[in-house]
Design a protein around this ligand. Structure first.
Ligand SMILES: NC(=O)c1ccc[n+]([C@@H]2O[C@H](COP(=O)([O-])OP(=O)(O)OC[C@H]3O[C@@H](n4cnc5c(N)ncnc54)[C@H](O)[C@@H]3O)[C@@H](O)[C@H]2O)c1
Ligand SMILES: O=P(O)(O)OC[C@H]1O[C@H](O[C@H]2[C@H](O)[C@@H](O)[C@@H](O)O[C@@H]2CO)[C@H](O)[C@@H](O)[C@@H]1O
Ligand SMILES: [Mn+2]
Length: 441
């Protein structure tokens, strides 16, 4: 079987060790001849790089491994780029989440004003790594995980329409694991129908391979418990804030019992509740800086000090194995069925063709082919149209350096009560992002 050469863009990511270990665990299904980490923060990346060098010498001595900040070194002779960059890192995520809360608006990583601010930063970073990839390995495919995926996907559609970039999200993958717990099935045995935008969608069917429909059974459970399961299936979501999010799904179902909701809809349908239950001095960014980020880098430093990764505290992110499924689908034309963020082009019959939607796709060596999801009801259609217009306005604002369009994007968001509040938040975000956003006029 062919051996692949992979670059991870955002090598200093808290997810890098877990994803590398997951890829080692799948080495038989997806053999690698080379793995390179690439980051624009060499100091941050070197901590994980040095630790992973020790781990790979112990677990995969034949795999050629390196880490670099040099794009030519990183992207030359590569088959796949797995991208998970965070432009501005956690310092900026904290501002994304705290600035809106100062104005009584939700503070969130990818939703509302925080997501818009993050999107304006991410577009520049994404264009950078896409252009590096195409300069040094024109046939390489980018499996992009970098957020905010909805805005990043729209920016790719507008600014890099012919690039081989696949935008993915693991929220539906995680929630399907919860659903499989609820009905006592293996997630691999379930096939879903789903429509929405990234972090803004609904399941319309959950069937097993025999065609048995579980939507009603899951809905009955979620109406009582949300997506909280007896056994926690997600090591990343042990924190109370995530537990609350999974529990809130019951209130999302209450307002729209037709379909099963993506948990992120809570920020749009219950923004007042979210603000009232947020600590404006300690947000999710703080939880991660004091949790996952500290744990991952502390484990890396221990591995470096002891010289061994055996029992070294890096944990496999087996949840992320769908990334390997996607790479295999491209490499081996497997026609894997998975949710992807793709140009609509009729997949949702009564929604704009040029909207970036999250729907089930069949993935082969030419990329994803969306499966038709039919017409969607007016309630979901109207919510999605408002949100997708926000996302499109953000990309237009970025391209045109337009203060007016970014103000309109914020004003249109369901998370912001008025144009006045939108403008106050915008002016604060411009100041906070002066090292990252294009200058607005
Ligand atoms: N799609 C999904 O469902 C999903 C799931 C989990 C995480 N994520 C995303 O994965 C990304 C990484 O998350 P994290 O918490 O590990 O972030 P992190 O801050 O720990 O790591 C991000 C890395 O990206 C690097 N980086 C920033 N800009 C860069 C650029 N222009 N070129 C190269 N490297 C750059 C940073 O230096 C940092 O080392 C984030 O965007 C996060 O939102 C997405
Ligand atoms: O608050 P964070 O940084 O812990 O998580 C934010 C991300 O949350 C989702 O990804 C989850 C995923 O849903 C879960 O199953 C598991 O794999 O952990 C991931 C990270 O928590 C969401 O899809 C991402 O877009 C967010 O960035
Ligand atoms: Mn996501």
């Amino acid at each position: 079987m062919k051996k692949f050469s992979v670059v991870i863009a955002g090598g200093g990511s808290t997810f890098t060790p877990g994803i590398v270990m997951m890829m080692l665990d799948n080495i038989d299904r997806f053999p690698m001849r080379e793995l390179v980490l690439y980051d624009n923060d060499g100091e941050r990346q070197a901590v994980l790089g040095e630790a992973l060098e020790i781990l790979l010498k112990e677990k995969a001595p034949d795999l050629k491994f390196s880490y670099t900040t040099d794009p030519k070194e990183a992207f030359t002779d590569k088959d796949f780029c797995m991208a998970h960059i965070r432009v501005g890192k956690y310092e900026m995520r904290e501002k994304d989440e705290k600035i809106p809360l100062r104005h009584g608006v939700i503070g969130q990583e990818t939703c509302g004003p925080g997501g818009i601010a993050y999107g304006m930063r991410s577009i520049t970073g994404m264009l950078e790594i896409i252009d590096h990839m195409e300069t040094y390995s024109p046939d390489c495919w980018m499996l992009n995980y970098s957020n905010p995926a909805a805005i990043v996907a729209e920016a790719c559609r507008v600014l890099r329409p012919n690039s081989k970039v696949l935008n993915i999200c693991d929220m539906p993958v995680g929630t399907l694991r919860r659903m499989s717990q609820i009905i006592g099935k293996d997630p691999q045995d379930l096939e879903v129908r789903y429509f929405g935008l990234n972090h803004f969608g609904w399941w319309t069917s959950v069937k097993d391979k025999e065609g048995h429909e579980y939507l009603d059974q899951i809905r009955d459970y979620v109406a009582e418990n949300g997506y909280l399961t007896q056994v926690e299936v997600d090591t990343q979501h042990m924190d109370q804030s995530w537990q609350e999010t999974h529990k809130k799904a019951k209130d999302l179902l209450a307002v729209n019992p037709r379909y099963l909701p993506n948990t992120y809809l809570k920020y749009y349908l219950y923004p007042d509740y979210e603000v009232a239950h947020s600590d404006r001095n300690y947000t999710r960014a703080n939880e991660v800086m004091n949790g996952r980020e500290k744990e991952v880098f502390s484990a890396a430093r221990t591995i470096i000090e002891t010289g061994t990764a055996i029992d070294g505290g890096f944990h496999i992110d087996s949840h992320a194995s769908f990334i390997v499924d996607l790479a295999r689908a491209i490499a081996f034309n497997t026609h894997e069925r998975m949710l992807m963020i793709v140009e609509n082009n009729g997949a949702i019959a009564n929604f704009p063709d040029d909207a970036m939607v999250e729907v089930p796709c069949i993935v082969g060596n030419d990329g994803p082919e969306p499966l038709a999801q039919g017409k969607i009801p007016a309630f979901e259609q109207a919510l999605m149209f408002q949100q997708v217009t926000v996302e499109k306005l953000v990309v237009e604002a970025y391209v045109e350096q337009s203060y007016q369009k970014l103000w309109q994007a914020l004003t249109l968001s369901k998370t912001i009560p008025s144009a006045k509040v939108a403008k106050d938040i915008l002016d604060d975000l411009i100041e906070a992002n002066k090292d990252y956003w294009p200058e607005l006029h």
